[in-house]
Design a binder for this molecule. Structure first.
Ligand code: ATP
Ligand code: TZP
Ligand code: MG
Ligand code: MG
Length: 265
């Protein structure tokens, strides 16, 4: 089902315009470069419309939002929409504070989003469902994640990606479950944020957004598994560096060999 898109990203070298948070900026740029995409971060309201227009994907990430950044996101999002550029949204920490929740709701209301990617609590709170969240990390709530993802996809009319031990990708009809990845990813800040930008790079080169997002998730999970295997549990610092190496080394062939992707309902 997957393992055909990594080289497409490397050949097309899509420009990914990120309006992201101050924690993950460098890691996101390096991760996109390791994949073979072309990252740019641009935040000034005077230039975001122009940058979004020439990008192959726009990523909006509200991890460290301020009023100025939110204004820039709206301008960039509208420019992307007018120019047929896919917009990928990471609702970091939604549910933790009223400001985040309101901003996320404003973004999905005013910008047409191609993919929203978050942990289960972030997606739930974006559509007004109660789900405990601890800062930017998923809380310990339980529930039917596939049903929640489909509900969000139908309500927001977008592809929804909910990540965790298993990742759910859905447009409200088709459901893909990706079982790759490793708990070490939760020990490195920004692995979720970088993933959202990686989804942007794959969606930029794949016509079918569900397929593009699934390709991205499988590639990312396989890279993490290989990084753990090659660092022999030496620690999170070593893992972080080897993960970047593997984002560079993993090919479609490797993804085909190791991806665990199932269809859900
Ligand atoms: P959180 O802040 O709750 O950690 P996040 O935005 O950082 O959320 P994650 O859900 O951690 O994003 O997803 C980032 C990557 O980590 C995804 O590829 C996901 O599959 C992987 N991942 C997360 N938890 C696990 C786990 N327990 N086992 C395997 N892979 C995981
Ligand atoms: N605080 C605000 S944004 C951020 C932190 C720690 C990074 C969150 O990154 P991720 O990828 O969601 O773990
Ligand atoms: Mg995380
Ligand atoms: Mg996150």
């Amino acid at each position: 089902m997957v393992g055909y898109a990594v080289e497409k990203v490397r050949e097309q070298n899509p420009l990914v315009h990120n309006i992201t948070n101050v924690v993950v900026t460098n890691f996101t740029a390096n991760g996109l470069l390791a994949l073979g995409a072309s990252p740019v971060m641009a935040y000034a309201k005077e230039e975001v419309a122009d940058m979004a227009k020439i990008a192959s994907a726009l990523v909006l990430n509200i991890g460290t939002l301020t009023e100025e950044v939110v204004e820039a996101m709206m301008i960039a999002g509208k420019s992307a929409n007018e120019n047929g550029v896919p917009v990928i949204f990471d609702p970091v920490g939604v549910g933790a504070t009223a400001y985040r929740t309101e901003t996320a709701k404003q973004i999905v209301r005013e910008v047409k989003i191609s993919v929203i990617r978050g942990n289960v609590a972030e997606i739930a709170n974006t559509i007004g469902e109660a789900w405990t969240i601890k800062g930017v990390d998923a809380g310990s709530g339980t529930g039917d994640v596939v049903a929640l993802a489909k509900k969000a996809a139908n309500l927001l009319q977008t592809v929804v990606v909910i990540t965790g031990k298993e990742d759910v990708i859905t447009d409200g009809k088709r459901v893909h479950i990706v079982k790759n990845g490793h708990p070490m990813l939760t020990n490195v800040t920004g692995t979720g944020c970088l993933l959202t930008s990686v989804v942007g790079a794959f969606v930029a080169v794949e016509e079918d957004t569900v397929v593009g997002a699934t390709e991205a998730l499988a590639y990312y999970g396989v890279a993490a598994e290989r990084a753990v295997a090659r660092t022999d549990n030496r620690g999170v610092g070593t893992f972080q560096i080897e993960f970047l190496n593997q984002l560079h080394h993993v090919t479609s062939e490797i993804v085909r060999e190791h991806a665990i992707v199932e269809k859900g309902e």
